[in-house]
Design a protein around this ligand. Structure first.
Ligand code: FAD
Length: 517
């Protein structure tokens, strides 16, 4: 039997909201009394409920970000616990052992995560523990914008944007205040930490950086449709080696909510000229580079909205263009809320029968940045070295994979999922489906990006291509060598595919899909 502290105790379950500023659930918990926090490396439960397991690069990111969060919480008298396993079991167990009155969390929106959160709430209720969820990740929660037509959700961005912009967004909250944790509660936390087998002593014990869990060991079967005829394609042996991200990606990023808030101070510099510069991949300041921070909620979208609105020295056109991209993120979550399995199933069902190829060698060449097509190779190497790729190049690389190489979009989506630090359950599959032509408001299939024309238009002086194909930072050959080749160069390579012929083949495949309907 746990004796209760005099002040109410809240267990704050952190997920994709690794910050202490503008955090509704955390603010409410602090207002109530004492707070103990927990972060779980979640596994989906036996019913498939829960978030998509993190990819390799995001595991590195979260490993770093959690340490910053832990320090920020510590300053505020909030201990952070770590656990690995199924949240339906861990959260009720830990809450009960701590004698928590309430468990709070920020809402998540993907169907499988919502189902899990509902199950956790039910389990808590059965134990007589309250649960409260709060908004946090989005500007506009998905159900707050509904089309007037018969459709349950928006399938086209512009009407969504017009409607979502009408929904008022609250001002951000300040950072949560410090309050010392009573010794009695601290002792209780220590006891539970020692006794509960799911709880781990420190962030390193979460195994987020362990080998054998990266893309090289990723295997998944691609279901090109329900029932018979499901194609099995694996990412396995022979794929580019999983790097130790601390040697590569870490040189480019400082994860954590402290650096995220510092980045806001430079938002004006980054987005002045955004309307024009955002498509120039060689301009490192052309976009905000805030995507991994939004992905892990190190900063809230509404804090960014308020910050951009206050940028008097940045022109209205640039500000509006940037806010529009923030709402693309909202749109992706709107879709993800309404449509399950977006990472596997095409939104346009006819694409389940698209005659994709099975070509592991072409896939490996694309992953390693060895297609011989300079813009794509540069992008894939930027991705490998930094965990991030410029949006324009993401579109071109995805188009090459799905149209010129005729490989299933799910394979590219999975590779990005493993290698992007901003890999996001909504933005990644929605963007891949958009490029592949099978998603909501998708780019028409016949719009096959020509990587050479894109390069001439957006990288005319070859700044970007040179930077990533020739190496910019003196990084060792091991880091550059994403594939099997040993020279680290791709510039001289003969393209693995003829752009003109493959475009025709893609259009023919599309026609074949349509006539098979
Ligand atoms: P900025 O241009 O500064 O934009 C600000 C913010 O708006 C971004 O941080 C992001 O949160 C959001 N945003 C910008 N563009 C888009 C977009 N097209 N769709 C949705 N949100 C957008 N973005 C992710 O956050 N995670 C992903 O896993 C992801 N996968 C992608 C895969 C493909 C194939 C493509 C074509 C795009 C993908 N994007 C993804 C969208 C986009 O490329 C990135 O959000 C953007 O490059 C991030 O850079 P930034 O922060 O400098 O963006």
């Amino acid at each position: 039997m746990v004796s209760r502290a005099s002040r109410p105790l809240t267990l704050l379950w952190f997920r994709d909201d690794l910050r202490v500023t503008d955090h509704e659930a955390l603010t409410a918990a602090r207002d109530d009394g004492d707070v103990v926090a927990i972060w779980i490396r979640e596994e989906r439960d036996t019913e498939g409920r829960g978030p998509r397991p993190l990819g390799a690069a995001t595991r590195w990111w979260v490993h770093e970000s959690l340490q910053v969060l832990g320090a920020e919480l510590d300053k505020r008298g909030i201990p952070l616990l770590f656990a690995a396993g199924t949240a339906t079991q861990i959260i009720p167990e830990v809450a009960a052992e701590l004698g928590a009155d309430t468990v709070r969390w920020s809402r998540r929106y993907a169907p499988a995560s919502r189902a899990l959160d509902e199950a956790v709430a039910r389990e808590l209720e059965a134990r007589g523990i309250a649960s409260e969820d709060s908004p946090g990740a989005l500007l506009v929660e998905p159900w707050k914008v509904e089309p007037s037509s018969a459709s349950a959700y928006y399938k086209v961005f512009t009407p969504f944007w017009n409607a979502a912009r009408q929904v008022s967004v609250d001002l951000p909250l300040p950072a949560v205040k410090a309050q010392s944790l009573p010794q009695e509660v601290a002792d209780r936390v220590d006891r539970v930490r020692g006794a509960n087998t799911h709880l781990l002593a420190e962030v390193d014990d979460l195994g987020l950086l362990e080998a054998g869990t990266g893309p090289a060991s990723t295997r998944f079967s691609l279901r090109s449709g329900e029932g018979a005829g499901a194609a099995k394609i694996s990412l396995g042996e022979g794929d580019p080696r999983f790097p130790w991200w601390e040697d590569t990606i870490a040189r480019h990023w400082t994860p954590g909510c402290v650096a995220a808030h510092e980045a806001v101070d430079h938002l004006g510099e980054r987005i002045a000229g955004y309307a024009e510069d955002r498509d120039i991949p060689g301009d490192p300041e052309g976009t905000s580079a805030l995507s991994p921070r939004l992905r892990f909620g190190e900063i809230s979208a509404r804090k960014l909205l308020a910050a951009v609105d206050a940028l008097g020295d940045v022109g209205a056109v640039d500000r509006e263009a940037w806010i529009r991209q923030l709402y693309w993120r909202e749109f992706a979550w709107h879709l993800t809320y309404h449509v399950p399995d977006l990472d596997r199933r095409p939104m346009r069902p006819e694409f389940a029968g698209f005659p994709y190829e099975d070509d592991p060698e072409a896939l490996a060449a694309w992953q390693a940045g060895r297609t011989g097509i300079a813009l794509v190779d540069a992008g894939m190497r930027q991705l490998w070295r930094t965990g991030w790729m410029h949006n324009r190049v993401r579109m071109v690389a995805a188009s090459l994979l799905t149209k010129n190489l005729l490989l299933p979009w799910q394979l590219g989506e999975q590779w990005f999922w493993d290698t992007l630090v901003d890999a996001d359950e909504a933005n990644n599959p929605v963007s891949w489906q958009w490029v592949a032509g099978c998603g909501a408001d998708a780019s028409p299939f016949f719009r096959v990006f020509n990587p050479e024309r894109q390069r001439a238009r957006f990288d005319p002086d070859g700044v970007y291509v040179r930077q990533w194909l020739e190496g910019d930072t003196g990084e060792s050959a091991r880091e550059v060598d994403a594939g099997d080749s040993d020279d680290g160069s791709a510039g001289e390579q003969v393209p693995i595919v003829d752009l003109g012929e493959s475009r025709q083949a893609a259009l023919a495949a599309f026609d074949a899909m349509k006539s098979a309907q």
